[in-house]
Design a protein around this ligand. Structure first.
Ligand SMILES: [Zn+2]
Length: 176
């Protein structure tokens, strides 16, 4: 029998991050929790050499966003499926999540999915939302000739737009 090298059994934070890439946003299934930028930190602790303890620190996208409970449950389930039993999901509220934490890859996935990704926070999140948010790019044809139809789209996190060029309605992931 070949003795297994201890290092082969050691779970690294990267292992956990790879598992987390399979956990998607229930509202926007093309985005995983890494794309969303809500994973603040992953810590793997070996107090017991045979049983790693996994700590996942998450920051909710929107306080009161019901999807967050689903997301933290899905993170737990994904880790349990891989055989982890000691899992702590810690919610970190400060500093608050901003759309700037979303990865470029995540924003590109949103665009392909047909949702206009959030722009840089200071540029688009002025209080006079109707004046500034008109510069949202249509994810289908790339035109900036778009207009907001509703402050709230299919979920609270999105507002609904319509493209004047291609007359397609689309959601814009609100920045904040
Ligand atoms: Zn368009």
């Amino acid at each position: 029998m070949v003795m297994k090298n201890k290092a082969d059994d050691t779970v690294t934070n990267e292992t956990v991050v790879e598992i987390l890439r399979s956990v998607t946003d229930p509202e926007i299934p093309v985005l995983n929790v890494i794309d969303l930028g809500i994973i603040r930190k992953v810590t793997t602790t070996y107090n017991d050499p045979s049983e790693p303890e996994i700590d996942v620190d998450i920051t909710p996208t929107y306080s009161g966003c019901p999807a967050m409970d689903v997301i933290s449950m899905n993170i737990r389930m994904a880790l349990m499926e891989k055989g982890f039993r000691r899992i702590r999901i810690n919610t970190i509220l400060s500093p608050a999540w901003t759309t700037d934490w979303m990865t470029e890859e995540g924003k590109e996935k949103l665009r392909i999915f047909g949702i206009a990704p959030p722009g840089p926070v200071p540029a688009l999140c002025e209080p006079s939302i109707f004046a500034t948010e008109s510069a949202v790019e249509c994810p289908r044809c790339g035109s900036f000739h778009t207009t907001m139809v509703s402050r709230f789209g299919s979920t609270l996190c999105k507002s609904q737009y319509c493209c004047i060029e291609c007359s397609e309605p689309f959601d814009h992931f609100k920045c904040h």
